[in-house]
Every structure is written in C-alpha cells, then in structure tokens.
Unconditional design. Structure first.
Length: 209
C-alpha cells in the first residue's frame, strides 16, 4: 500500500472535504422550521448535492430512499478513484455508513460483529494494519448498538478522531475510510433534519385521522 496509489483519491477527497458544511452552514440549515425550507436551504449551500433531484420532502420514506441512493452513488464514485483491489472493501463500507434502515439496524452487536467480519474478508490480502484500517468503521458502528441519545453525545468525539485519521494517514486507505465516515456523519445529520421536520409536519394530520 503506497502513497502513490492513493494520490488521486486523496486530492479528490481533500477538495470535497474542503467544500463541506461548516458550523455556520449547519446553524443556518437547522434554523429551518419546515421540511420544505430545510431542503431549500440545503439546496443553496454546501449540501446541495445531497438534495439534488429531491422534488418534495413530504414523505419520510421518500427522503430516506433519496439520501440512501445519493450515498451509494458517492461510495461508488470514491471506489472508482482507488486501485481496483480496494473496490470491494470500499463498497461494503458503504453498506454500514449508508444510513441503515429496517431490521438490520436493530440487531445490535450481532449485526456489528457480522458486518466487521465480512468487511475484513473484503480487504486486499496485503492491506497493512487492519486494526487501524477498521477504526473508521468502529467509530460508526455505535449507530447499530447504542440508543439514539447515546449516539448524539458521541458524534463530536467521533468526528474529531475521524478528522485526525483523515489528516494523519493522508494518502492511504485509512484516509479513504475516514473520509467516507465523515461524510456519513454529515449525511446522517442532514437526513435526520429532514425526516424530523417531515414527521413533525405530518403528526397533526395523523392525530386528526
């Protein structure tokens, strides 16, 4: 595993990361009181790509499917920047960071253990320090095994460590997985903001029915 192999990917990731949302962008977005306004604000800022093609945000399942599709598209794009032997591990990483929905998200520790085993098996034979490589995944795995309240309190610490991994291991597969994990945290936050507003707006209707 050499820096030269990952130079192209690193340059692309650095550029994308530099254009990501900052604290001010999130504050502006989260001041929105309706789903429609939230999406409009996202469309005018650094998260615009994630809501591109989202014509309306009145249905939570529609929002989930849209964001999931965009996430998988990004993962495929990143995999295309890498040496081919890294594609399987990158694509499988996307299944973890891809906003897990349904029963698989509720199976707790068993799901996390099974996921890690499959991911390790997908790594190239000469992958280097596997404990270091799997650290970004370990920082995301709590989404499967912790209640939401505990997850929220841990996100800031997760982000700091992921940023450290991304910077310290630039030009390596570690940086690739750290980058994807950082994006996944942003996408989770964006998706959550949209879904909460959609559900809040539809709750009175459901109550009347």
């Amino acid at each position: 595993m050499s820096i030269a192999e990952f130079a192209y990917a690193q340059a692309r990731m650095q550029a994308r990361h530099g254009r990501g949302p900052d604290t001010a962008a999130w504050q502006l977005l989260e001041a929105s009181h309706t789903a429609a306004h939230y999406v409009a604000q996202a469309r005018s800022g650094p998260l615009a790509w994630w809501v591109e093609g989202l014509d309306e945000a009145r249905d939570a399942h529609h929002v989930e499917r849209h964001v999931q599709a965009r996430w998988l598209r990004l993962v495929t794009e990143v995999a295309g920047w890498l040496p081919p032997r890294w594609a399987p591990a990158t694509q499988w990483f996307g299944t973890l960071a891809g906003l897990s929905l349904g029963d698989a998200a509720r199976r707790g520790q068993q799901a996390a253990t099974e996921w890690l085993e499959t991911w390790r098996a997908s790594l190239p034979r000469a992958a280097g320090d596997r404990a270091l490589l799997q650290r970004p995944a370990e920082l995301l795995l709590p989404r499967l095994v912790q209640p939401d309240r505990q997850r929220r309190s841990a996100v800031a610490a997760e982000r700091r460590e992921l940023l450290r991994l991304f910077r310290r291991h630039a030009g390596s597969a570690v940086a690739v997985f750290a980058y994807l994990a950082l994006v996944a945290l942003d996408v989770e936050r964006l998706r959550g903001g949209m879904v909460v507003r959609v559900l809040f707006e539809t709750a009175p209707e459901a109550h009347e029915a």
